[in-house]
Design a protein around this ligand. Structure first.
Ligand code: ADP
Ligand code: ZN
Length: 703
């Protein structure tokens, strides 16, 4: 019987962790007892440790069946940096390499051997000469034709249990549904396997849906807030991935396209560069991701709406495997829905596809917690709202939209229910474009009755009216809007319509830009760079050295002794020995630089400004010379004046502004703060002007 302490010691020594995640410990104990297990855990749930840790505590060899040759090397590299001897065996290797592996296994120099299902038969001589202590089947759903990644070679795996009746077998998958689960247990001949089904809630992944207008602008803004972070943008078409990647490149982002139309080399190069942090952003069709074990994918964007929630959840699930906060963003556009609807109608099992698309749409249109909706689709019930989706964070505000709705509905009626959303909005807003004039719509009674509402807002309202059942889109009649029976109640019986306000339009704020600059010199960024340098040298993906969660903890704790460094989650014995010194050195250097900077700052930054002022430089020139903002220079000037230095403040302020500030000071509730003035003047007077005026006015409140 293996002791608890042995399990925890192994966890720390080889994996660097102090505690288990949900289900891990029970699974490990069950395996160590020699029992079969079926583990269903979401991506990032921590499946690997469930067989890797027992492998270290068991005598013989652990065989890991894994479907993707491309992933094996990374998995083995990941184990080796943790000080675990592992190897892989597949058809991409030479006979000599295979020989070397046989030797290593025979000499008990390998604890884990990864193998592709197709290559299992080549291992018969190993099987008969060594003790196989554990068999793990990764991505076990590939055995089931119910699942979505069926692999014919997996169906032979049933023989393993017959070949090794006394060896525990653990099957692992992230595919939840019951039919697949049963199928896996049956086909692998492990009918009595204990089933462990973890929650599919990935709390660290935030959910957000936005209208698909000005997508490029929205994406740019999103990316500006996340410099150097890895992410995936899923698009519907190959063309779209290329267009988007090109535009992002032009905007200065490190992006590449990935789709099935590229040749094998191009694709694997892009995938590899992404894994190795040489490319930050991949614009991809859904073909991308299956072979990605990268734990530091920080965000996922859906440029287009996916066709069902299964696909959506799988794709956003590629973010945040390391458990750190990760963002997802889905763009919801009416044009996408139309296109998907057409695809669905043309599909073999149209009815099912349409129903699935409908659920996807309901999710995107949701006015209550999105995670609840998502999890309920997968049969899980969430007691409380999640607090990490856009609806929870920013609950919709309803208003009485009856008049607005009446305008739109009567416009649809007057257009004889023959026009699509775009034309209806154009007519409502009184557009003068060619199509409107050609059809003489400027004669219609509702023409221009609502030009006080922007195009974008109208779109938001009309889509909502479709969702609320007042309007229908006739997909077979060029997407013309039709009135439903409920619409008549609104038009003729004044039935009330509650609508929600559109989200605020987004623009980049100065603080965001500052934020971006700040991260560049942060300790995290420097640790990240160090990690990248080491990764390049060792030719392995950076996240295998330390994942982002570990790097964040190093940043927060700033360990400078071996003992402290060893206490960090994710630092095991081997990693401490190999990388500890370099990271500690970097932290010490960072601390030192920070110290000197601080003391320099404390010294006399405003005196340096004074010196330049005396030389006759303008504020702008001083700011430029000192690489500081003008606002900072103004704050120096203000301080210098208060310190009694010879500064002519009046040259910086306008007499009218001074007077206005003086008046305002008498009326404001908080006359000692700047913000009330700024708001009082409706932003017409700069912060620095207000500040200088107040300095000039001094403490004498009566003046
Ligand atoms: P899965 O195979 O289920 O997608 P992994 O086994 O790749 O998940 O684990 C995902 C991430 O979580 C990895 O970065 C891994 O190091 C980390 N992890 C696993 N178990 C723990 C744990 N007990 N504590 C902290 N991190 C863990
Ligand atoms: Zn929520």
């Amino acid at each position: 019987m293996i002791q608890d302490t042995a399990i925890y010691n192994t966890l720390k020594e080889y994996f660097g962790y102090d505690s288990f995640r949900s289900h891990q410990k029970e699974i490990i104990e069950n395996v160590l007892k020699g029992n079969d297990c079926l583990v269903v855990m979401p991506t990032g749930g921590g499946k690997s440790i469930c067989y890797q840790l027992p492998a270290m505590l068991m005598d013989g060899l652990t065989i890991v069946v894994s479907p993707l040759i491309a992933l094996m090397k990374d998995q083995v590299d990941g184990l080796q940096v943790n000080g675990i001897s592992a190897n892989y065996f597949n058809s991409s290797q030479t006979a000599a390499e295979h020989e070397a592996i046989f030797k290593a296994v025979e000499n008990k120099e390998t604890k884990l051997l990864y193998v592709a299902p197709e290559s299992l038969s080549y291992l018969e001589n190993i099987f008969s000469s060594v003790n196989v202590s554990l068999i793990a089947i990764d991505e076990a759903h590939c055995i089931s034709s119910w699942g979505h990644d069926f692999r014919p070679a997996y169906t032979q795996l049933g023989y393993l249990k017959n070949r090794f009746p006394n060896t525990p077998l653990i099957a692992l998958t992230a595919t939840a549904d019951k039919a697949t689960r049963e199928d896996i247990a049956q086909q692998l001949n492990i009918p009595h396997a204990k089933k462990y089904i973890a929650s599919f809630d990935r709390k660290n992944i935030s959910l957000e849906v936005r209208p698909g207008t000005e997508r490029l602008q929205q994406i740019t803004r999103f990316l500006n807030k996340r410099p150097n972070e890895s992410g995936i943008i899923y698009c519907l078409s190959r063309k779209a991935t290329e267009n988007l990647a090109e535009k992002l490149q032009k905007a200065g982002f490190n992006a590449q396209a990935y789709h099935a139309g590229l040749n094998n080399n191009e694709r694997s190069q892009t995938q590899e560069d992404f894994i190795n942090d040489k490319i930050d952003i991949v614009c991809a069709t859904i073909a991308f991701g299956m072979g990605i074990d990268k734990s530091n994918v920080r965000w996922v964007i859906h440029y287009n709406m996916p066709k069902n929630l299964e696909g959506y959840y799988q794709e956003i699930g590629r973010a945040g495997r390391d458990g750190l906060p990760s963002a997802t963003l889905l763009f919801h556009s009416y044009a996408d829905v139309v296109q998907l609807q057409q695809f669905a109608e043309g599909a073999g099992n149209a009815e099912v596809q349409i129903a699935k698309l409908e659920r996807m749409k309901q999710y995107a249109d949701a006015l209550s917690c999105r995670r609840k909706i998502l999890l309920s689709y997968f049969g899980e019930f969430l007691e409380e709202d999640c607090g990490n989706c856009d609806v929870c964070k920013n609950p919709p505000q309803f208003f009485n939209g009856t008049i607005l709705a009446q305008k739109a509905l009567s416009c649809v009626a007057r257009l004889k229910e023959q026009e699509n959303i775009g034309m209806v909005i154009d007519v409502l807003r009184g557009a003068h474009n060619q199509q409107v004039l050609e059809k003489n719509y400027q004669q219609i009674k509702t023409y221009g009755i609502a030009n006080d509402i922007s195009w974008r807002d109208w779109q938001h309202y009309i889509v909502q009216m479709v969702n609320l059942g007042y309007l229908e889109i006739a997909f077979h009649q060029k997407n013309a809007l039709k009135l439903t029976p409920q619409a008549k109640d609104v038009l003729f019986n004044n039935q009330e319509v509650a609508l929600t306000k559109p989200q605020e339009k987004v623009t980049v704020t100065p603080t965001e830009v500052k934020e971006k600059k700040k991260t560049k010199n942060s300790l995290f960024e420097r640790l990240r760079q160090l990690r990248l340098d080491i990764a390049r040298e060792e030719d392995i993906p950076a996240y295998l050295i330390f994942n982002d969660a570990t790097l964040k903890e190093i940043e927060a704790e700033r360990p400078i002794t071996d003992d402290d460094f060893m206490r960090i989650n994710g630092v095991g014995k081997r990693k401490m020995e190999t990388y500890g010194y370099q990271f500690i050195k970097e932290i010490i250097a960072f601390n030192k630089e920070k110290e000197t900077k601080k003391s320099r700052k404390k010294g006399a930054t405003h005196l340096e400004t004074f010196r330049l002022y005396q030389e006759g430089l303008s504020v702008e020139e001083i700011a430029k010379t000192r690489k500081l903002s003008a606002t900072t220079i103004y704050s120096h000037i203000s301080k210098l004046y208060q310190d009694g230095k010879d500064i002519d403040l009046m040259q910086f302020v306008d007499a009218d502004d001074l007077k206005a500030v003086k008046e305002a000071r008498k009326m404001l509730d908080n006359p000692d703060q700047l913000k009330p003035y700024y708001e009082h003047f409706e932003e017409a007077i700069d912060y620095w002007t207000i500040r200088l005026c107040l300095t000039l006015l001094g403490n004498d409140k009566s003046s």
